[in-house]
Design a protein around this ligand. Structure first.
Ligand code: CUA
Length: 315
């Protein structure tokens, strides 16, 4: 298995990637060969039968059809298409039939981040940690619009839909970090809906599960908050440099009055920020859409404290 990737494809780091790539390259090279045959035929005949007064008529007058050639150019492409169909169907089945022993992880897509819930009770945001050489089943749904779970290095892509579950699976064959993308246009923050798949050894995985998700030991609250601000995807919608994005900017707002959509006003204190994280629809800032998801059940109290401290520190 190739870890660097090629001109066409990124590294192949799952059990299906070799099969997918082989089929892909078969189609690419078959197309190149056929293109070569068609184009050279075109050029040759264009030259051979080019118009030269009466002579052209003399050369082509007797040609109406050629049974042998016609059978040949029907049968060969049919065989090629059947090869691609049977081969593709087998690879498709391998990619879609989940091994019985797979670990099941719940994936939730929403504007604009991913959350992962492990059977052991751990949950993470935008970071899927999995053991190497073990099958992992992803049971996926969306809280709002259609997203698509796409890990190019594993050759998997599956739509994530509201109101129903979709399933995909993979078995990573190499440790490392791989980018995870949303492959369905889902609004303003679509291009920022990026996560990481971290493939670790079985021992590291067990230790990681044991520890639960990181709770910022050894960091000051504000520093922990800064780390959370990007790892929990706040940064996707909230600028810290004063420009409005999908949500209002957050620098220099702490302690100041905030105009609300309903014409009222509120002071951006600890309680207001906490409410905005847990019940984002309660007080919408004037000029913004109510698009923020709730972080209820996603953030722990200490994490909310840390985010508040961080926002306080933003000038
Ligand atoms: Cu989610 Cu694009």
């Amino acid at each position: 298995m190739d870890s660097t990737g090629t001109l066409f494809l990124p590294s192949g780091s799952s059990t299906v990637s070799q099969d997918v790539d082989a089929l892909f390259y078969f189609m690419v090279y078959a197309s190149i060969v056929l293109l070569g045959i068609v184009v050279s035929g075109l050029i040759y005949f264009g030259f051979r039968y080019r118009r030269k007064r009466q002579e052209a008529e003399r050369l082509t007058a007797g040609i109406s059809h050629n049974t042998k050639l016609e059978i040949l150019w029907s049968v060969i492409p049919t065989i090629l298409v059947m090869i691609v169909f049977v081969w593709g169907f087998r690879v498709f089945m391998d990619m879609h039939v989940v091994p019985a022993e797979a670990t099941e992880i719940k994936v939730t897509g929403q504007k604009w981040f991913w959350t992962f819930d492990y059977p052991e009770g751990v949950n993470t945001l935008n970071e899927l940690v999995v053991p190497v050489d073990k099958p992992v089943k992803l049971l996926m749904s969306s809280k709002d619009v259609i997203h698509s779970f796409f890990v190019p290095d594993f050759r998997i892509k599956m739509d994530v839909l509201p109101n129903r579950y979709s399933v995909t699976w993979f078995e990573a064959t190499q440790m490392g970090e791989y980018p995870l993308f949303c492959a369905e246009f889902c609004g303003d923050g679509h291009s920022d809906m990026i996560g990481t798949v971290k493939v670790v050894s079985e021992r590291e995985y067990a230790a990681w599960l044991e520890e639960g998700s990181y709770s910022g030991e050894g960091l000051s609250l504000a520093d922990f908050g800064e780390a959370l601000f990007s790892s929990k995807a706040c940064i996707t919608c909230h600028s810290i440099e004063g420009k409005p994005m999908a949500g209002p900017h957050l620098n220099g707002v702490f302690g100041k009055p905030v105009p609300l959509q309903d014409g009222g006003e509120v002071i951006a204190d600890e309680n207001y920020i906490r409410e905005s994280i847990l019940e984002p629809q309660a007080s919408i800032v004037a000029g913004f859409q109510p698009v923020m998801p709730t972080y209820q059940g996603i953030l722990k109290d200490r994490e909310i404290d840390a985010l508040i401290e961080y926002i306080k520190s933003l000038k």
